[in-house]
Design a binder for this molecule. Structure first.
Ligand code: ACO
Length: 331
């Protein structure tokens, strides 16, 4: 028995922030951002008080509707995010409450850009074990409140946007279709290449004025190193996942990579021998929405009619941790 994605949905806030808008806050330019990343604009939450779990609600509603199910069918929530509403409890618990699902177990997955693929793998295992039948997996992020919108933070701030994606995972309704493979990796040796060092339980006290003055409560990134690792590991793990599924690149109809940088994705696709028309990208409109990039890409592809029966979809992600992975589904 295989698990399958039964429905996908997404939601992005209405507030559009262009590169020119950011150039009013820091020394950057539309040209610099577009040339290096492909990003033209991103979405930011409209007001104080909106968290990752709030963005997830409409995304979940869309996924459930497309799956032809109702909220009460959900028997587990997996919530992937690096920007939880609050430090604890997890956003999965907050989402369950907002969806009206008392008693439904909720697990937060803290694997950054690979969070959706890690969640998919966990959901697959639960479905195959018969532990849960309809598992909601969510990737949702509010980055706009956590990046430093000035010169010091510009290398990171221009990359990220807010958004949410969701998928319902359950037993595959068809014999042929479903999740064919999912391969995951991690290497903590690269942890400090992309991390948010404060507040931290290994510091006494967890947060000081000096840490804030140094900007340690904002993400710190070694962009060149992340770029190098991503362009090596995403093709490598994609080949692993295709092999595990008994497929080659020629069999792949749609490639849904994590959206961190258009240049990374073009390079990865080239290394895999996948033509440009098979690559899904929305980074130009949303920036990097971390755990939400893949489900948003799937949801938009569904709306465009690209997920027809029998289509092979390859997904891959790389991010902070380091964590990376790839999965292949047959629709
Ligand atoms: N606008 C203008 N200049 C900037 C900006 C900006 N927003 N940010 C940095 N710079 C400056 C730097 O200060 C540096 O200046 P210097 O040379 O005088 O020191 C210079 O631009 C660096 O430019 P490049 O060398 O051309 O930068 P690079 O080609 O490395 O591109 C980038 C930077 C886009 C960040 C790239 O390294 C990258 O995309 N890396 C991967 C990052 C990534 O994917 N992160 C997220 C993945 S994981 C996740 O999703 C959580």
């Amino acid at each position: 028995m295989r698990s399958a994605i039964l429905g996908v949905g997404h939601y992005v806030p209405t507030k559009v922030v262009t590169n020119d808008d950011l150039a009013k806050l820091m020394p950057t330019s539309d040209e610099w951002i577009q040339q290096r990343t492909g990003i033209k604009e991103r979405r930011f939450i409209e007001r104080d008080g909106i968290g990752a779990s709030d963005l997830a609600v409409p995304a979940v509603q869309m996924a459930i509707e497309r799956a032809g199910r109702s909220m009460k069918d959900i028997d587990m929530i997996l919530f992937a995010t690096l920007s939880p509403d609050v430090n604890f409890p997890g956003s999965g618990c907050l989402l369950g409450d907002k969806l009206g699902l008392p008693g439904v177990p909720a697990l937060d997955v803290r694997n950054q850009c690979s969070g959706f693929l890690y969640s998919l793998s966990v959901a697959d295992a639960f479905v195959k074990a018969g532990a849960y039948k309809n598992i909601l997996i969510v990737g949702a992020e509010v980055h706009s409140t956590g990046v430093e919108l000035n010169e010091r933070g510009r290398d990171v701030a221009v990359l990220f946007g807010d958004g949410a994606g969701a998928a319902l995972v359950g037993p595959s309704p068809s014999e042929d279709g479903g999740l064919l493979s999912c391969v995951l990796h991690a290497d903590g040796a690269g942890a400090k290449d992309l991390w948010l060092p404060a507040p931290a339980s290994n510091r006494i006290p967890r947060l000081t004025h000096e840490m804030i003055d140094r900007g340690e409560h904002y993400p710190q990134m070694n962009g060149k190193q992340v770029f190098r690792w991503a362009t090596e590991k995403m093709p490598e793990v994609s080949v692993e996942a295709m092999k595990a599924a008994g497929l080659t690149a020629a069999d792949i109809d749609l490639f849904v990579p994590h959206q961190a940088n258009m240049r990374i994705n073009e390079l990865v696709a080239r290394r895999l021998g996948l033509p440009a028309e098979k690559i899904v990208h929305n980074i130009e409109r949303y920036g990097n929405t971390t755990a939400a990039t893949i489900p948003i890409g799937l949801s938009e592809s569904f709306a465009e009619g690209k997920l027809g029966a029998g289509k092979h979809v390859l997904m891959t992600a790389f991010g902070s941790g380091y964590t990376w992975g790839a999965a292949v589904i047959r629709c």
